[in-house]
Design a binder for this molecule. Sequence first.
Ligand SMILES: Cc1ncc(COP(=O)(O)O)c(C=O)c1O
Length: 421
Amino acid sequence: MSLELTAPTPDAPEVAEDGVWLADIETGETYAPFDEIRYTGEDGNLLEVRYADPPTFEDFQGQGRGVWRYRAALPFEEGVSLPEGDTPLHEAPRLREEIGVETLRVKHEGMNPTGSFKDRGMTVGVRVAKELGVDRLACASTGNTSAALAAYGARGGMETLVLLPSGKVAAGKIAQAALHDARILEVDGNFDACLDIVQDLAKLGEVYLLNSLNPFRLEGQKTIGLEILEEFRDDYGRFPDRIVLPVGNAGNTSALYKAFRELVQSGALDPSEVPMLTGVQAEGAAPMVEAIENGWEDTKRWDHVETRATAIRIGNPVNAPKALPGIRQTGGTAVAVSDDAITEAQRDLAREGIGVEPASAASVAGLKKLRDKGVVDADEDVVCLTTGHLLKDPDAAFEAGGKPEPVANDTQAVLDLIGAN
Ligand SMILES: Cc1ncc(COP(=O)(O)O)c(C=O)c1O
């Protein structure tokens, strides 16, 4: 495995506070983490949080369950919590058999408090917002970020503003944002346009931005990777070969890569044990897949994106400069899947009792496709990440599932209908 897996270096610069600082991923320029609000480096490059003392597995022992178990890998000891994390790593025996891999486990992030992995990022992000003394939080969202921001903002007693692409957000997610009392603005444009506007508002100092462009969000999301490694090792005595995950803004891909790099850096994980990060996009919104297929070039923004998996209907993955090296350095890949394949995978998971929204099922659809193509081998141990709960998108669930049948208010009519003798 490449040396890049061992970066970043642990030498704390003068600007560090309690061994934590921000670094520009391109230039290496360092910044104090909490002196001022900063989302990017001077040239608009992405920032990442760095630590003088990267974590080992021993640091997590006896620290409880959930995101804050991993406080040794986070910038604070505790956050604004509901609490989050500690999600199930389901077995899926029929699906494993059908796909044909050695091991298949499904990490169901839909079991977080607001029904998606976004809660892991928000518990840290809203804690940082409190440290910075801001009072209005904002995000652009395909839905789940807005639900999580609204809930965590409410928990923290802060005002929240969410910008959503009009007509393209699943009902469950808007309902959550509304009830948790976010101010909801529906923009006549796609997610990428919403993010452009929220970034403008953040630059003007009107809001504190809590999209995954904010490097602190990704710190919380690292804990998905840490939980997977710990749980898989406890069950099998080894780490998974591959983690397959849906990709929208590529925040999780970046966060998992960072979690693994930090463990490699502390000596807790051997580079050869790092799982291959494998991203899945919908065919109608696949700029990362395109970039990889074109020889690992930079991603190009897709202005027109469309997919039933609205959570990943994103044409300009802002975290691509972090995620592409992650996929490449771990020996992974990315693949695009059709909407029909996503719906089929949603049904496959449902047959195992695992209820997910369409974007989540993309991971399983991607694994199937890569196994069919021979990219994934039969002897691999695989974890698929499912990112959001079935109830997030009830319309998609109705479309994918069986239809209710009307029947008279009469036992015999029911017996006749079910074909009983
Ligand atoms: C359910 C679901 N899956 C996947 C994603 C994409 O995640 P990421 O932006 O980390 O690639 C999102 C986020 O928008 C989501 O809501």
